[in-house]
Ligand binder design. Sequence first.
Ligand SMILES: Nc1ncnc2c1ncn2[C@@H]1O[C@H](COP(=O)(O)OP(=O)(O)OP(=O)(O)O)[C@@H](O)[C@H]1O
Length: 199
Amino acid sequence: MIAVDALTLSRGERVLFRDLSLSLAAGEAVALTGANGAGKTSLLRAVAGFIRPDAGSIAFADADPAEARAKHIHWLGHLDGLKGGRRAREELEFQARWLGADATGIAAAVDVLALEPLLDLEVRQLSAGQRRRLAFARLIAVQRPIWLLDEPFAPLDARWRGALGLLMQAHIDKGGAILAAVHDPLPVASRAVDIGAGR
Ligand SMILES: Nc1ncnc2c1ncn2[C@@H]1O[C@H](COP(=O)(O)OP(=O)(O)OP(=O)(O)O)[C@@H](O)[C@H]1O
């Protein structure tokens, strides 16, 4: 689904890595590992099209990159991308509808992520783990094949790490793909790519 070939990526004056290649197939999860500052988030952002590499290519199976990024990818950054002043219900509705969800998909996401008791709270009143569940809900509400996840488990307790692990497994079992930056092991991953190892 994604082929990264001979990628060189810089931020500011610093080259994060050179000649990095990796592939992500349908039905698989790949963990991006590496030290703080190695470039895991930057690589995810490059795949999502937010930053431009210095060299190399990022290709998507059966779609041109712009179309794949607009229609096939879900991006979940570690800051969640939620507006603090909105109520959780409005924020989920707004984001999920913008991505193409219908009421059935949104209701399913609320159910799976046990969000109902939180929906009338403002996003800024939610704990970090509750915000992550709210952010994750759009991935359930709108089915897209490629999930790009930046430290998806970081703020979650053991119960919700387990629950999100099951949702990820269900996604790859349906032929989806996951590329996730992690510091802890990602149980659903078939392999890990160490960013910065070849620098
Ligand atoms: N907008 C930016 N401008 C300049 N440098 C940046 C920018 N964003 C990130 N960097 C730098 O790029 C390097 C890689 O950052 P990145 O967030 O990709 O690392 P990471 O591997 O995800 O780290 P962590 O494990 O701490 O999350 C860091 O040195 C960071 O300071």
